[in-house]
Ligand binder design. Sequence first.
Ligand SMILES: C[S@@+](CC[C@H](N)C(=O)[O-])C[C@H]1O[C@@H](n2cnc3c(N)ncnc32)[C@H](O)[C@@H]1O
Length: 245
Amino acid sequence: MAKALAVKPDYGVDAPAVMRNLFLIGGFLWLLVFITPAHIHIGPADLLFHYPLAWTGSFLLVEGFLFLIYVKFGKFRHRDFMLSLYRWRGDERVLDVGCGRGLLLAGAAKLVPDGHATGIDVWSNVDMGANSAEATQHNLDLEGIAGRCSLVSAGAQQMPFEDATFDVIVSNLCLHNIYDKPTRQRALAEIARVLRPGGLALISDYKLTTAYAAQFREMGFVVTMKWGSFATTFPPLRVVIARKP
Ligand SMILES: C[S@@+](CC[C@H](N)C(=O)[O-])C[C@H]1O[C@@H](n2cnc3c(N)ncnc32)[C@H](O)[C@@H]1O
């Protein structure tokens, strides 16, 4: 039977298996604490077994809840924070690298009524739940901005765009998913290539941001970095702000 299409935009769950495992393993460790009878005693069994299990289980459950807060609320605040780092004219050509289900892409498209927003992705379902060009297109339709958006199915490391095509390039939680360092570096070089001189790249990630900044500096960009909110982004996200000379 065909799946009913959502009537509200749904920007999905990032890394769904990670979230599931945090709750499953955390819950399982607490179950072990409760089903083993010695949990009521204070003694060697508690010190060696129950306390480490309880602490580790609690740690994983707290991480799971913080991640859930990011997915449900924090990522919208982080998107707004990222987009506030650039002063929009309204006619820019924007690229969202690893757009997933279109969170940043839709946000940027709303800021460029006379411009165009392009999202590029390989639609990995490991990195983003129920990820597909169709799901993203449906979100863009529901947001009423499909007319000034396009989706491209390709990897960040080999983009099918001319040099200097975009005024602004944004990316959130994408590049760390390219595990191989030379390929990741090629993706950053591609971002530099397709950005116009004077254009701005805003690259947000939870790790490797120092390496991204160093590579941009080597390519002659002027680079600063800013942390997102520690209250609502988990894991904490840092944005590399790189201006092309
Ligand atoms: C965690 S999701 C984040 C999606 C979106 N940026 C957001 O913040 O909601 C990471 C996205 O990067 C995409 N991705 C992973 N490797 C990629 C690559 N080599 N080129 C383009 N996109 C990639 C995945 O398919 C996924 O959509």
